[in-house]
Design a binder for this molecule. Sequence first.
Ligand code: NAD
Ligand code: LMR
Length: 331
Amino acid sequence: MKAPIRVAITGAAGQIGYNLLFRIANGDMLGREQPVILQLLDLPQAQPALRGVAMELEDCAFPALQQVITTDDPRIAFRDAEVVLMVGARPRSKGMERKDLIAANGVIFSEQGRILNEVAARHVKVLVVGNPANTNALIAMKNAPDLAPCNFTAMMRLDHNRAITQVALKLFQPIQDIKKMVVWGNHSGTQYPDLSHAEIRGRKVIDVLRQNGWEGWVENEFIPTVQKRGAAVIEARGLSSAASAANSAVAHIHDWMLHSHHNDWVTMSVPSDGSYGIPEGVIYGFPVTCRNGHYQIVQGLEISELGHKHQLDSHRELLEERELVKHLLGN
Ligand code: NAD
Ligand code: LMR
């Protein structure tokens, strides 16, 4: 029997939490044979709801679910956690940009980053979902100087999945045949969904589009549709995406911990290391492959002039966000 993994989830009583916990307990994230202990954090006023969710988890009789801890104390939630999903934060509503949440949410990530630094497992892997996710991940990372910076990531998998689906729908082809997609940059309207490397059964997607006279679709429809999908969901549902976000969080940690898809890469926002001319100091969406619990940025992709401009626009926005939270970044 494997030792259990402690998985902490913040904002566990919220809508993403409700779509996430049952997937994790069912083994979708770490495998059916891997016992998990869920350490669920939410605000004091959300504790009754959180206890209700814990009752439902019990009622599922998931074989891999060893224990559920509910708390409003981050020290209890993060203690010895090996995986931390930082979801707890305000979502935007209609008409807001994700960066409008910085003032309300940034402070959560500095406090929780400090506590992670004190009590989490030294090899903890952190995924930030709460928006603005990239900058919140930077805040948490900077407040946790004793933990490896490379273990702080932000979620771009939802954007990645959205991009793949748009291509699959356009070409009337199966999702699983679309490979080598990437969404560069910030999880925001400046993100750059880039299909110039994407392949379908070994052929370049761009060539298939050209063959059909659909080149204009990339800049006119594909990129803006993916960039604005979060807002479109909010407009339609009156609430921000939850099930699709939870699904992406499960996939992000699954691929990071276990492996990424065969013969493919995935998009993760990770601390920049200078690759593709994006200097260190921001958490930025890159194509990565994962092996043995480590990710590696895919190197050597050719980027067009227009593509590089898109990449830099998103980088510039991350620098602006960083400037707004510089008082939260520790030393
Ligand atoms: P929600 O309002 O339904 O739930 C958020 C939960 O967080 C609530 O239960 C709230 O009480 C809790 N919370 C707030 N402050 C907290 C704190 N300091 N500590 C612990 N818990 C706290 O929101 P949601 O729809 O679940 O969305 C959560 C966040 O995820 C939002 O910021 C949203 O914008 C973001 N999001 C990101 C992506 C992405 O792709 N990165 C996708 C969807 C949503
Ligand atoms: C999304 O992309 O759906 C989330 O980040 C929610 C939002 O505010 O767009």
